[in-house]
Write a protein of this length. Structure first.
Length: 226
C-alpha cells in the first residue's frame, strides 16, 4: 500500500487518512458475494463510506474474460491468466473508479476477489513464479489491509451451486473446486508474513458468518480514521 505522507515527508499518524482495502476470497459457492454485500452494509450503517467491487471487473478487460467464459471467444488458458492480471491492474488504476483513487479519497473498498484468485485458478496452467511476478505489479500498488478467506469443502460448495443454478460454469466441477481450494492454501503459505489473512468457515449460517467476519475485521478497521 502507498501510504500518503504529510507535506513534510513525515509519516502520518497511526490513524490512516484513507479508506481500508478489504478482499474477500473463496472458491465458487463459498458464499463470499453475499458476505461482501453484508459486510459493506454493516460499514454503511456505521456511516463509513464504502464501495464494493469485484474481479473480473465490469470494465473492458473483464468483459473479454466473461466472453471467453461464455464461449463467445476462445482464449488459451495462459491468455486468460494474463487477462486477469491486466483486469486487476485496471481495477486498481483506472482514473474513474479505480481502487487506488477510491481509498485515497477516503472510501473503504471491499472487493469480491483479488490477486490470490490468480493463484487459486491459474496455478494449474501457468507457472507459479509467473503468477507471483505478474501480480507483484498489483501488490506494489496496493495490498489488502485484510483478506477474508471463506473456507468450504468443495463438495458442499458444488451442492450449493447446483441447488441454486441450472448450469455450473467451467470452474464449478468438483476437481476444479478442489484444485482451487488447495491452490489457495498453497498461496497462503507463500505469502505468509506479507498478508493479513483471516480464514473463516463458510459452513455455517449466513448471519453467524457475517458476525464472525465483522468481529475479525474490527481490529483492522481500528487503524483507520473513521
Ligand atoms: P466469481 O467471483 O465466481 O464471479 P461470479 O459471482 O460472477 O460468478 O468469479 C468468476 C470466476 O472467475 C470464478 O470461477 C473464478 C474466476 N477467476 C479466475 O479464474 N482468476 C482470477 O484471477 C479471478 C479474480 C477469478
Amino acid at each position: 500500500m502507498f501510504f500518503p505522507t504529510e507535506k513534510s515527508g513525515r509519516p502520518m499518524s497511526r490513524l490512516l487518512r484513507r479508506g481500508a482495502f478489504i478482499a474477500f476470497e473463496g472458491i465458487d459457492g463459498s458464499g463470499k458475494t453475499t458476505q461482501v454485500r453484508r459486510f459493506a452494509q454493516k460499514l454503511r450503517e456505521r456511516q463509513i463510506p464504502v464501495r464494493t467491487t469485484a474481479e473480473p471487473t465490469t470494465g473492458p478487460i473483464g468483459a473479454m474474460i466473461r466472453q471467453s467464459f461464455s464461449g463467445r471467444t476462445e482464449f488459451d488458458d495462459r491468455v486468460i491468466a494474463a487477462l486477469f492480471v491486466a483486469d486487476r491492474l485496471d481495477h486498481l488504476t483506472n482514473k474513474f473508479d479505480g481502487v487506488f483513487k477510491l481509498v485515497n479519497d477516503g472510501q473503504t473498498v471491499v472487493t469480491d476477489r483479488y490477486y490470490l484468485s490468480s493463484y487459486a485458478y491459474h496455478a494449474s496452467e501457468v507457472d507459479i513464479d509467473w503468477i507471483a511476478a505478474a501480480n507483484s505489479i498489483n501488490t506494489n500498488i496496493i495490498r489488502p489491509d485484510l483478506t477474508i478467506f471463506i473456507d468450504i469443502e468443495p463438495a458442499v460448495a458444488l451442492q450449493r451451486i447446483t441447488e441454486n443454478r441450472l448450469i455450473a460454469d467451467r470452474f464449478e466441477v468438483l476437481p476444479r473446486l478442489e484444485a482451487a481450494r488447495e491452490n489457495y492454501f498453497h498461496a497462503f503459505d507463500l505469502v505468509k508474513g506479507t498478508e493479513n489473512i483471516v480464514i473463516v468457515s463458510g459452513e455455517q449460517g449466513e448471519d453467524e458468518l457475517a458476525d464472525i467476519i465483522w468481529k475479525e475485521a474490527e481490529a483492522t478497521m481500528e487503524s483507520f480514521n473513521w
